[in-house]
Design a protein around this ligand. Sequence first.
Ligand SMILES: Cc1cc2nc3c(=O)[nH]c(=O)nc-3n(C[C@H](O)[C@H](O)[C@H](O)COP(=O)(O)OP(=O)(O)OC[C@H]3O[C@@H](n4cnc5c(N)ncnc54)[C@H](O)[C@@H]3O)c2cc1C
Length: 611
Amino acid sequence: MTAFTIAIVGAGPRGTGVLERLLAREPAADIHVIDPFPPGAGRIWRGSQPPLLWMNSVAADVTMFTDDTTVVDGPIRTGPTLAEWVLDHVDTLRADPELSDELERFTPGSFASRTLQSRYLGWVFERAIAGSRAHVHVHRARATDLSADGVVTLDDGSTIHADVVLLAQGHPDALASQRETELADFANAHGLTYIGPGYTADLDPSPVPASAPVLVAGLGLAFIDWMVLLAESRGGTFARSENGTLVYTPSGREPVLYAGSRRGVPYHAKLSYDIATARPPLPKYFTADAFPGDGPLHFRDEIWPLASKELAWAHYFELFAAHPERTTGSWADFETGLAEIEWESEELGRFVEQFVPKDDDRIDLARIDKPFAGVRFESLEDVRTHLDEYIETDLRRRADPHYSSDAAVFSALLSVYMTLGELLRHGRIPAHSVATDVEGWLHSFFSFVASGPPPERLEQLLALSRAGVVHFLGPDITFTAEDASFVARSAAHDVVVHAATFIDARLPVASIATAGDELLRTLHARGEITDIRATEQSAAKVAVDGHSRLITASGEIAGNRYAVGPWVAGHTWSSAFPRPRTNAGFFRHNDQLAAELLGHRNDREAHLESR
Ligand SMILES: Cc1cc2nc3c(=O)[nH]c(=O)nc-3n(C[C@H](O)[C@H](O)[C@H](O)COP(=O)(O)OP(=O)(O)OC[C@H]3O[C@@H](n4cnc5c(N)ncnc54)[C@H](O)[C@@H]3O)c2cc1C
């Protein structure tokens, strides 16, 4: 009798995480792991990428191991965080010339390079499979097809017959969209350069010319990567002046970047402190139980009001607990008012002002989301003055525990995502709303507030702005192709900027029908996989049921095919690396999946016995 066989397509952090949970159960099984990139790190975290790129999580906050806070059915298998692992292996790692400089300065609070993280992930994979009772077969190949009876075809010509298949394909490539194709054609026709969305490990900065103006769409994490690739990676240096300011000395090979986005500001720097007192007991209002019944929920009318109240509650909980001198009255009275007075009413506004007199201590989510809404600028110099001040304030705030309420809001955002996950699993959020409201607006808000770059990167951005290497375009920017050049305009001022080079600094918009990946396109064309897309511009992600099983185009559940990761609708909340000691959703989801996958062994045995 052949062994019970599982195939996992994709050996990045997610595929590796599920594999670890499978092996923790010591199954007698054959497990095939398929990925053309190194297992553990996979494509995004492969070692071969520019060395100056960093993670945006501090090393002490990254783990691939369950701990005693993790609530899972499978066994807990503890292991080191990234920081602990680096410190344990520092002597061996120092021998690697790519890492030796970084290791001189490394502390658990460091933002590790992606190269260092790739070493950790490779080790995690090796450790997971070492001594395992299951047979793990690694295929450095790409899966190109999957038949209904579980035959996986690889591009090296081999096939795998699996009882159950998990697709953990991570960040999918997308074929160029119509707009991207038009921009590329326009660039070709006029001798210009257009660089479309991409993953940093795959980006080639060499076509971007030195000293010439370059338009950059986006100020998120992809922009930060571009900033590194086009300035410091081209030989410029940062140094502290006598008064402590970071100063950039150009190499002369940098372009002149003109960068803008809808908000017009970069993502907030990562917080350098934690909650000052007790962790707020979350969730408070925004729980799955707060939505009785099983009907569809409206995001703006039902979900966001309660979710935003949760964020505000966490903010004030921390303010009253850690900084009582900035509040008046008792927390008990305040909490009662917050619970009883209509959310977002003028009455509530007046009530909060009574208890929290200073504007700076009150939370205003709309202002956080659009910091320059309604502001008019005179010139790009005026934009720069505002932006430099905004970034300086952000850097101060993100380093000063005076604002520890920001850390409580961060916790509440994670809690909101957990509840959203439950609502999604119970099918309470309609597919269209998952795509526009959750994957679209909320995820952008979350990334902006809670998933920004290391503070050092924003300091570097300021230094580049002062050195004239980066110019900010302001908010509400449109980029067009006109009269043989690329053009940027803002709704907030009258300056028009022309350039011969245009970079779309963002990740590709996920799409299954037009995925760069042949397996996904093929399954989609046959109707064996279906995607959810709200608008032409929004991501189209794979639809799964509450057990992570694929849903076919005709709405059937594919019994033995599962999908997980950032390319799966509703999974965005759990795509970051888990933080230690937080009962992270990553482990709970992986553990559940491992149990589901192994559950097919019983089906198979029952099937064999019945023959
Ligand atoms: C540029 C970038 C930076 C990030 N930085 C951070 C960070 O600092 N901190 C953080 O917490 N999160 C970060 N993230 C979030 C990211 O989602 C996770 O870190 C993680 O990479 C997700 O893991 P994954 O395994 O789901 O996807 P991936 O890492 O994308 O892995 C999926 C794997 O599937 C493989 N694959 C796809 N199709 C096939 C096929 N047909 N056949 C075989 N193999 C296939 C790919 O080669 C890849 O190795 C970042 C994401 C990006 C894109």
